[in-house]
Write a protein that binds this ligand. Structure first.
Ligand SMILES: *Cc1c(COP(=O)(O)O)cnc(C)c1O
Length: 385
């Protein structure tokens, strides 16, 4: 069947983003692609092989279910880390399959040691330390216990990382907090070294930290939003612009996602007629309208009723009336050539215009994260050059 809409991923834009980021961050720093939240809505299944084609060979997810999805499509040599939730029951699966995971409390550490011993293969762990985000990470006392356990069980463990996560590196308002975290991390690092714990990678940076604070890059960066072509915030974009970065002129980050549908039908409406349910939109003159088979059940927000725009033949067409469950109506009076079957762009570029994910909702850049991950898994993803 032909789906009412599809999400296209541009491989050349992704390649561009990864090359730019790797260059900015430094060739020697390991690039880890964060693909939690269904690869920020881009779709794990298609995204992973595309990123591998662009040179990525290490992925990070939040939980074990996401890890399983990535595991099923990644190349055997690509690595995988779980940064958050994995039940103690699933640790043996991760160990058997060489999947590394964050450890931030001792129950998980103890179980990992037990399972590793049973399987006869070391558990690959990242010791996450608390530095000020107060989400997860070993606090001082728990870390002391962990170090004891680790040192007693060295042959059952491989220390892939010592890591932390910042409390909002995308905003200058958090500057002091981030600097304190970095300081704290470096103290803990020294303290662990003195106790014989030296990981393969020290890692702390997400996209914003990696772009704004070079000292947070260390051995490895965990890059989410930026690889998909979005600046974590306007401040981070301005920072790159002001850093006199040679590459900046050529739009260094490019959106790789485009959400497309097609016109289902067209109709002409007489002045005075109401369009769609209720009386939210009344035609004041002869109006050419088109239906698009995408509604709020597909992730197109109802709050865009009478407000949103889409692109048809490279021109903007307003959404009129209520967005329905499975269909919306657009005004194509200004596009007389519009006909059934024409492409409709809901997010992304067509001709000179672009519908951005942010304009798709409120004004803040931070909503990009939320809106992207809300794109339903059921919309087919298609990779193009
Ligand atoms: C989501 C996440 C990242 C990536 O964040 P971006 O801002 O998207 O780059 C990095 N590290 C951890 C622990 C995360 O949860």
């Amino acid at each position: 069947m032909i789906s009412p809409s599809s999400i296209e991923l541009s491989k050349s834009c992704l390649k561009n983003n990864i090359d730019y980021l790797q260059k900015r961050i430094g060739k020697k720093v390991k690039f880890v692609s964060v693909v939690k939240g269904n690869a920020y809505g881009h779709g794990i299944e298609k995204y992973i092989p595309t990123a591998e084609d662009c040179g990525v060979d290490y992925f990070a997810v939040f939980d074990a279910c996401e890890a399983e999805m990535v595991f099923n499509v990644k190349k055997p040599k690509s690595k995988l880390m779980i940064m958050g939730m994995i039940a103690n029951e699933d640790l043996s699966w991760a160990i058997e399959n060489d999947i590394s995971f964050f450890v931030f409390e001792n129950s998980r550490l103890k179980q990992a040691i037990k399972d590793a011993e049973k399987i006869g293969k070391p558990a690959k762990i990242h010791i996450e330390v608390e530095t000020g985000l107060h989400r997860s990470g070993f606090e001082r006392d728990a870390l002391k216990k962990a170090v004891k356990l680790i040192n007693q069980n060295k042959k059952h463990l491989f220390i892939d990382g010592v890591c932390t996560h910042y409390a909002g590196a995308e905003s200058i308002a958090n500057y002091v907090r981030v600097q304190k975290q970095l300081e704290r991390f470096n103290e803990i690092k020294k303290w662990l070294e003195q106790r014989g714990i030296v990981p393969k990678y020290y890692h702390t940076a997400c996209s914003a930290a990696a772009l704004v604070y070079p000292e947070t890059r260390m051995d490895l960066v965990r890059i989410g939003i930026a690889q998909y072509g979005f600046w974590p915030s306007e401040e981070v974009r301005m920072h790159a612009l002001l850093s006199k970065d040679e590459d900046f002129k050529e739009r260094p980050l490019r959106r790789i996602l485009r959400w497309k549908s097609r016109i289902m039908s067209v109709e002409t409406v007489e002045p005075g007629e109401f369009i769609s349910y209720g009386n939210f939109y009344q035609a004041t003159k002869k109006t050419k309208i088109a239906t698009v088979p995408v509604g709020y059940s597909h992730g197109y927000r109802r709050s865009l009723s009478n407000l949103g725009y889409v692109l048809v033949k490279g021109k903007k067409a307003p959404v009129i009336g209520m967005v329905n469950m499975s269909v919306m109506i657009i005004n194509v009076t200004g596009i007389p050539m519009a006909k059934k079957g024409d492409h409709v762009v809901l997010i992304g570029k067509q001709g000179k215009h672009e519908i951005t994910v942010a304009s798709f909702s409120e004004l803040s850049n931070l909503v990009n994260y939320e809106l992207l991950t809300r794109l339903p898994e059921s919309i087919p993803r298609v990779v193009r050059k």
